[in-house]
Design a protein around this ligand. Sequence first.
Ligand code: ATR
Length: 307
Amino acid sequence: MSDEFAQPINARTRYCAVFGHPIKHSASPAMQNAGIAGLGLNWRYLAFDVRPEDLRSTLLGAKAMQFVGLNLTVPHKLLALEMVDALDESAKNWGAVNTVRFEGRDKHGTWLPLHLFEDAPPEKIRSQGFNTDADAITRSLNEDLKIELAGTRVLVLGAGGAGRVAALKLAAENVGELFLVNRTASKAGSVAAEIRRRHLNVKVQLGYPRGEVDLAINATSLGLAPDDPLPFDGKQFSLRQAHAVYDMIYRPAETPFLRAAKASGSRVANGLGMLLYQGAKALEIWSGQPAPIEIMRAALKQNVYGI
Ligand code: ATR
């Protein structure tokens, strides 16, 4: 959907945004502005390159400017847990924040989405953190790779905000065995400990698998930049061991990781489906309305593939 469908910007326009570092690759503005226009809202969705040391002050800035909400991406999803004023169950459960909604307190003491206070701003404003990644990951794996997760063996590369949520969600879907690898091994260790505590039936190991896995997922940021190395150690793991490979990165649409996986015969999918479903859920959390998924999907495809 092009800009001609968007409401003109005026003094009543409300803003949402994505904060990340890097951010220039993000397709969220194209997708969310199409969704916003599809819902007929006088909102705009922006993107800001926010360094981790500036996250706290920029969250406060967005709150003071009465933004509708935010998405957070690399490297903010874990940091934000400690910085928002309240956490929804989803953020508590998955231990990462990828969506923030700003809320105002009405005269009965109820917190409501800030955009509902059109004429009289509320006395108090808070930020609430949500996680919409977890459901988006499994929905995209099911749709894009046709994987039934129960009982499978899965390698998760990365244990930052996205990797942690992926591993916990896969365990909740009753995968049989999880292998966790991360540059900072202690972070993979704490995700493994959390899974052992919550899911006694799921085997979880640190390090690369011997033998085959049904699925390998890249949840690191390696692949966003053109000269990044592959996100795994080729001396310890070969893509020939993986039946299916998923990269949470969607730009470039085919990372070197996915290209290598395809060449070794794996089924592959990039992170476009995950981006779509986490974004649609975020728009629902902000607006209280069902997201126009097909409009958002078309805008994403146009933005990433030019079709
Ligand atoms: P997000 O919230 O999007 O997951 P993040 O929490 O910063 O972002 O996580 C980024 C992931 O990419 C982490 O697993 C990170 O590894 P560390 O936990 O060791 O930081 C991984 N990553 C980033 N740069 C990397 C690099 N150069 N080599 C290996 N892993 C890297």
